[in-house]
Design a binder for this molecule. Structure first.
Ligand code: COA
Length: 155
């Protein structure tokens, strides 16, 4: 049996239109689906990519349509590298899109000489990140009313 694999195109966000695609996915997933308040979801790292230098955003396209996103916060102000806002539209989950977003973010981190990454995982997503090598630590904490744990990986 031949299994067709979806062909994703992962694009590093450099233009406002791509940033709008990333934010539209996050609006659907985090604000509408999960109930995260808009003023907690969008922050200073989500501005015009021509100006904001603290984050690298990725948008994943399938057949030209944006379906997934995530961002790498670069080390700044004494903080290490941090991945966050990883989201795939509900109708496109389970086909490897989330893993593709993470792999591209990891590749970009390595390209910058970054080997250690931390993220705050929603409890339901811990297994997803474990498959990518992340290890959970410390107690559960609440962020935007959602239970999380810290996870780390060394690439
Ligand atoms: N728990 C355990 N394993 C999971 C999982 C979960 N919630 N979601 C996916 N996986 C596994 C898959 O089975 C697959 O396993 P395999 O390597 O054996 O094939 C692997 O992780 C990759 O899955 P993938 O299809 O790439 O995941 P996805 O595209 O469905 O994306 C999320 C996963 C978490 C990004 C997606 O469910 C999502 O957007 N959820 C809502 C937003 C969210 O909660 N984001 C995380 C915030 S911390």
């Amino acid at each position: 049996m031949r299994v067709e694999m979806p062909e994703f195109e992962a694009v590093p966000v450099t233009k406002l239109e791509q940033m709008a695609d990333a934010l539209a996915i996050r609006r659907r997933v985090f604000i509408e689906e999960q109930g995260v308040p808009e003023d907690e979801e969008i922050d200073i790292h989500d501005g015009d990519p021509a100006i904001v230098s603290t984050a690298l955003h990725i948008v994943l396209y399938l057949d030209g349509a944006p379906i997934g996103t995530g961002r790498l916060l670069l080390p700044h102000d004494g903080e290490g590298a941090h991945i966050g806002r990883v989201a795939v539209l509900a109708e496109h989950r389970g086909i490897g899109a989330g893993r593709a977003v993470m792999k591209v973010l990891h590749g970009n981190a390595l390209y910058r000489g970054i080997h250690d990454i931390t993220l705050a995982a929603q409890l339901h997503a811990i297994g997803f990140y474990e498959r990518l090598g992340y290890v959970a630590r410390d107690d559960v904490f609440l962020d935007a009313g959602i239970e999380h744990r810290w996870m780390d990986v060394r690439l």
